[in-house]
Ligand binder design. Structure first.
Ligand SMILES: *Cc1c(COP(=O)(O)O)cnc(C)c1O
Length: 403
C-alpha cells in the first residue's frame, strides 16, 4: 500500500531504542573491513578502552553481537552452575523476564515480589542473605533502571547490604537503560557483572550487548558449569587481549560505538547525566500539571531516562499512543506486562535537547486531549518553566574553576 512520505524526523520517544545521532549514522556508513586485520585491531582497542571509561572499570568489558537479552544470558552462564540459588527482585517487566531466563537455564531463583512501582529494597536482600547460613545463594541479580516502570534502584545500597552480612554472593546488575544516561560506576560500586546494550543511552542502533566483569566474576567463571559456548567469556577475553574477536563481530556497529563514546566524552559524562536529570525533572513537572500519576512511587527512585505515566481509569494508554503516532509521528513506550493499557512511557534518554523534549511533551499533551483525557493544566508550560528555571549543567571543569 502506498503511504505518503511524512516530512521531518520521526520522534522515537520509547525508552530504547533511541534516536541515533547523525554523527553515529555517518560513522557506520563505511565499507566493512577485515575483522582479522590491523585496522580492526585499532578499532577494537579504541572501543574496549572507551567502554571501560563509560562503565567505569579498569577490568574487561566484553562486547557481543547481540541484544541486551543475550548479555543477560552471558552474565548468568559464565558465573553460575545448574541448581545454583540466585536472588532477584520483581521491580517490573524486565526483572521478571530475566528471572524467567534464569529459571529456564536451571537456576533456582528466589524472586522477591514487588508492586512494579518501587525500587529494590536492600533490607530485604540483607535479610534473605543473613538467613542463608549455608551460603547457598551464589548471586544477587537486579535491574538498575527498570525500563517498564521508570524506577531506579540504589545499587551501592544493595552492595552495602551484601557486605553487611559478609555474604559471598556475586552482584549482577542490568544497566541496559541506565548506562550513559544515569550515574553508574561498576568498580566503585562493587558490581561483579554489569549487563549493558547499545540501543539506549549509548545512542546506537540495537545489536550490541555488553558484560563488564570483576576479578571475582572471573574467578566464578572458572568454576561455573552452566553450558556455554557462544557466550563464553574465555574465548572472548583471549581474543580481545590481541584486539580481536573469536567470531565475526558487528564491525559497523563498532564504528558507531567509537563515535558514540567520543560524543559522550566531548559532552562529558557528568553533563550527560545532568542533562538527563533535568529533562526527567521537566517531564515529571508536565505529568503533574496534567493531573496524571507517575508510575514511580518514591521521588528518590525516579528514573532520569524515562517516565512511566498512568492514564485515568476508562482511558486506554495504547489509544493515546496510537493517536500520538498517527497525528504527530511520535512513538511512545507501551505499558508492559501488568501495566498494559494502564500506562505509557515517555523516553527522554540518549541524544536529545530542549526543543526535542518540548516537542515530545507537546505531542503527548495533544494526544491526551485527543483521547478525551481532561487535563488539569498545561504540562508543556510546566516543563518550560523547569527548563527556564534550572540552568543547563556547566562543564565539570568550569564548575571546578568557579569553586
Ligand atoms: C531494553 C531492556 C532489556 C532488553 O534488551 P533487548 O536488547 O531488548 O534484549 C533488558 N533490560 C532492560 C532494563 C532494558 O531496558
Amino acid at each position: 500500500m502506498f503511504e505518503a512520505r511524512r516530512a521531518g524526523r520521526h520522534f522515537l520517544q520509547i525508552p530504547g531504542p533511541t534516536n541515533v545521532p547523525d554523527r553515529v549514522l555517518r560513522a557506520m556508513d563505511r565499507p566493512t573491513i577485515d575483522h582479522r586485520g590491523p585496522e580492526f585491531q585499532r578499532l577494537a582497542r579504541t572501543i574496549l578502552d572507551g567502554l571501560g571509561r563509560i562503565v567505569r572499570t579498569r577490568g574487561p568489558v566484553i562486547v557481543y553481537p547481540s541484544s541486551g537479552t543475550g548479555a543477560w544470558e552471558a552474565a548468568l552462564v559464565n558465573t553460575l552452575s545448574p541448581g545454583d540459588r540466585v536472588v532477584m527482585v520483581e521491580t517490573g517487566h524486565f526483572a521478571a523476564l530475566w528471572k524467567e531466563m534464569a529459571s529456564r537455564l536451571g537456576l533456582e531463583v528466589l524472586f522477591l515480589d514487588g508492586d512494579w512501582r518501587s525500587p529494590v529494597d536492600p533490607e530485604r536482600i540483607e535479610d534473605v542473605l543473613a538467613r542463608d547460613r549455608e551460603r547457598r545463594i551464589r548471586a544477587v541479580a537486579i535491574v538498575h533502571n527498570e525500563t517498564s516502570t521508570g524506577v531506579r534502584s540504589d545499587v551501592p545500597a544493595v552492595r552495602r547490604a551484601i557486605d553487611r552480612v559478609g555474604h559471598p554472593a556475586l552482584l549482577l546488575v542490568d544497566t541496559i537503560s541506565s548506562l550513559a544516561s544515569m550515574d553508574y560506576r561498576h568498580e566503585e560500586w562493587g558490581v561483579d557483572v554489569t549487563v549493558g546494550a547499545s540501543q539506549k543511552g549509548l545512542m546506537l542502533p540495537p545489536g550490541l550487548g555488553f558484560n563488564a566483569v570483576s576479578e571475582k566474576a572471573l574467578a566464578a567463571h572458572r568454576q561455573a558449569r552452566l553450558p556455554r559456548s557462544y557466550w563464553d567469556w574465555g574465548a572472548m577475553l583471549e581474543a580481545n587481549a590481541k584486539g580481536f574477536f573469536p567470531y565475526t563481530p558487528a564491525t559497523n556497529l563498532l564504528y558507531g560505538l567509537a563515535e558514540a563514546i567520543a560524543m559522550l566524552e566531548e559532552e562529558g559524562l557528568e553533563r550527560v547525566f545532568a542533562r538527563h536529570d533535568r529533562f526527567a525533572h521537566a517531564t515529571r513537572a508536565a505529568v503533574r500539571a496534567w493531573g496524571l500519576e507517575i508510575v514511580a512511587r518514591e521521588p528518590r527512585s525516579f528514573s532520569s531516562s524515562l517516565t512511566g505515566v498512568f492514564v485515568p481509569d476508562g482511558v486506554d494508554a495504547d489509544r493515546v499512543r496510537a493517536l500520538v503516532l498517527e497525528r504527530f509521528d511520535l512513538s511512545l513506550g507501551t505499558g508492559l506486562g501488568k501495566l498494559a493499557r494502564r500506562a505509557f512511557r515517555i523516553g527522554h534518554l540518549g541524544d536529545l535537547n530542549e526543543p526535542w523534549l518540548l516537542g515530545t511533551l507537546a505531542a503527548v499533551e495533544a494526544g491526551l486531549e485527543l483521547a478525551g483525557v481532561r487535563l488539569a493544566g498545561s504540562g508543556l508550560e510546566a516543563a518550560k518553566r523547569v527548563l527556564l528555571e534550572t540552568p543547563a549543567a556547566t562543564r565539570p571543569a568550569a564548575r571546578a574553576a568557579a569553586g
